[in-house]
Structure formats: C-alpha cells, structure tokens
Design a protein around this ligand. Structure first.
Ligand SMILES: [Zn+2]
Length: 396
C-alpha cells in the first residue's frame, strides 16, 4: 500500500489500537481464557483491533500460527498452537437476516475445537448491534462470549479529534476547506451510526474537496463519499470503473475469470490488463485480503475496499445512480445484506446503511433469486426481499 495511506491507517488505527490490543493479548495470555469476544459499533475498528490482537499474540507466543476465517467458513479442526480470528458474522457488510443457523453451527464447531484442541485460542469479532439482536439465539454457546471486550472509543474521541486537527492544520491543498470542518460537525450529524474514529479515518484517507465540502454542508459521511464517487466517475474514470467492478463482484482477484460480460453490460471500458494495484490513486480505496495467510501467494490475492463501510458507500452510490444495475448485476450476498423492501423503511439504526427497493426493483432480484441453487433458495426463503413471493415461484 502507498506509504502515505499506510501511515494514516496505522496512526488513526493506533488511537484505539494500543490500549485495546494490549488488553486483548493480556486476556488471551491467561491459561483459563481460550476465547475472547471483541465487539463494538460500526467504525470502532473492531476487526482491525482484533487482527492486531491476533498478530501480537502470535508474535509473543513462540511458534504459534495465526489464521483468519470469514464467517461462516471455518474448518472442523485447527492445528495445535494456533490462534484464529473469525469475522464477518451474519454478513461481511451487514446482516443478511438469514444466518442465525449458520451462526449456531459456527459456534458449535468453535466449541468443539476448544474441546478437542489443547493449545488453541479464538478471537470472535462482531458488530455490537448484531450481537444484541441475536444474543438469545446464541445463548447456548455462552462460553464463547464470556470474555467480552467492548471497543468503546467514546473516551478516545479527544485524541481522535486532536489527530484530525493536526491533519487540517498542516493541510496545503489549495482551496481546501478542511479547517472549517468542526468537531461538532464530526460528532453530530445524520451519520451517528458510524463511529468518530472511522469518520476521521475516511476524511484523512480521502481528503478531497468534494468529500470535505459535502461533509461541511450535510455532516454525513456516507453522503460525502457518495458525492465523491460521483466526482470520481467524471475525473478518474478508469479508477471509478475498477471500484464499481469490485463493488459489483464483491472483490477482484486475478485468479478468477474477468467478467467481460458484466463490463459490457455496465458499459465500462476496463480490461483485465489495466488493473494496476501499484497505482497510488487506486490503492487509496482498496486493500489486500488474503484468504489463506498460511499459503500466501500473489495469485491468490484478493482486492477489496479498505473498509466494509467504503464498500457500503460505493454500493449506495451505484444504487442511487441506477437501481436496476445493482438488482441485475451485483453479487447476491451484497443485495441480501444491504437491500430491503420499502415496506421495511423505518428508523432502525441499520436503515442508515441499507437501501430500499420498490416492487419493480424487488421483482428484478426475484428473477435472479429463482435461478440460484436450491440450498441458497432454501436458506434465504424467509428473506424480506423474497418471502412474500408466491411459493410456486420459489419452488420451481
Ligand atoms: Zn485540507
């Protein structure tokens, strides 16, 4: 990753990082603690803090390996002397509403692993609102959730805002209005679901006049990033198209076939050979996600947005631009996690990051849903996007 961005990531990450990481490692070092449960709101850096705990623990415990698994993919057995981190519970970007059974299976397997394996440690990372929602369903697996670590960065907000002030104080971008962006704007606004830490990180990484002007006007980080993607389409079209390709597919990987059909349907001009991860402007938006860190190879590298929230912003942008493009071409997982029928449009906290589809758009998705494999159709048959469809349509 580009050095400047890496520095910013590390610095802002370090604000929450230092004290929580140390606390987490100390907890795991205790002989009787085999699993810790890290939770917090969106933007409190739950996953990055948990990853730091994972790495620091593996560094301190000589000859221990570390592993990461994206829910619900976890193996039945884990080698001795391994610490594992399980993330993405109920959906990588948001709750897919139909994964409680998966969660129970994963919990059951994790308890089995703890029973069978002598030297193993587990870190579970989960969004706090989702834990609250499914707490009763997960009651039977309570040993996994006993050692809770809540990442509450409220009391770190001063440090975070000071960091922001340092950034703006030395800003040399001509005409940049970042100094007009006040602490009250960052703390208030319609984006209260998103933690202050993430907001500061987003504005630091994407320190562009369109983002800053929009934030000053509306105090809404999701809106500001949507404005930014719109500007990007005009000003840096190849990057924009690659980012939208990643949004539609969920990730980019050179080992998977390049979806020319999708590129044509979206009227994009990108070619496989034009993907350049060394290009600084592209790297500002993405990070490497390694599926199997033990057998790391460049070919297996996946590129994803640097934070799930940036994915959500890109998704919102594309959805606002052309809802049918999302419903027809976007990966089904993202639709199940982020799109709800308008009948569910209300003021629950997560409705800030969800988008709403009218009957026409829902029908576009149902057509695709009917072509999915039977086990997926069964798993999601109660999903609000499909559950009131006539049963014959789903069964066929
Ligand atoms: Zn500035």
């Amino acid at each position: 990753m580009n050095e400047e961005v890496h520095f910013l990531t590390d610095y802002v990450g370090a604000i929450s990082g230092r004290q929580f990481v140390r606390k987490g490692v100390n907890k795991l070092m205790k002989e009787n603690v085999k699993c810790i449960f890290v939770i917090g709101g969106i933007g409190n850096m739950v996953n990055s803090t948990a990853r730091d705990i994972l790495e620091l623990y593996a560094m301190q415990e000589w000859e221990w390996e570390s592993d990461q698994y994206q829910f619900p993919e976890i193996p039945n057995t884990i080698d001795e002397n391994t610490i594992v981190f399980v993330y993405g519970w109920f959906g990588l970007w948001n709750d897919d509403l139909c994964s409680v059974d998966d969660a129970k299976t994963v919990c059951k397997n994790l308890l089995q692993i703890l029973k069978k394996t002598l030297n193993v440690k587990i870190i579970i990372g989960m969004r706090e609102d989702l834990y609250t929602k499914y707490k009763n369903e997960l009651e039977d697996y309570s040993p996994l959730f006993d050692h809770k670590m809540i990442i509450d960065v409220e009391n770190l907000s001063d440090e975070c805002l000071n960091y922001f002030d340092e950034q703006t104080q030395y800003c040399i971008i001509p005409g940049c209005r970042c100094q007009e962006l006040t602490h009250d704007m960052l703390k208030g606004g319609g984006d209260e679901m998103i933690g202050l830490l993430l907001k500061v990180k987003v504005i630091s990484k994407h320190h562009y006049s369109d983002v800053i002007d929009s934030y000053i006007k509306d105090n809404d980080i999701l809106k500001a990033m949507k404005v930014h993607f719109t500007a990007l389409e005009k000003n840096e079209n190849p990057i924009y198209e690659w980012l939208m390709y990643i949004c539609l597919k969920g990730h980019f990987s050179r080992t998977e076939s390049f979806d020319k059909d999708l590129v044509n349907k979206m009227k994009f001009g990108i070619k496989l050979s034009s993907f350049d991860e060394h290009y600084v402007h592209l790297r500002r938006y993405i990070r490497v996600s390694v599926l199997d860190p033990q057998n790391f190879s460049m070919e297996d590298t996946r590129y994803v947005f640097w934070d799930p929230f940036i994915y959500i912003c890109a998704f919102h942008h594309l959805y606002e631009k052309d809802r049918s493009k999302i419903m027809n071409h976007c990966n089904v997982d993202a639709i199940l996690q982020l799109v709800r029928p308008t009948s569910l449009e209300n003021n629950t906290r997560s409705s800030y990051i969800e988008v709403f589809a009218d009957d026409e758009d829902v029908e576009l998705f149902r057509k695709r849903f009917r072509e999915l494999e039977l086990d997926l159709r069964n798993k999601y048959k109660e999903h609000p996007l499909v559950n009131d469809a006539p049963s014959t349509e789903i069964e066929q």
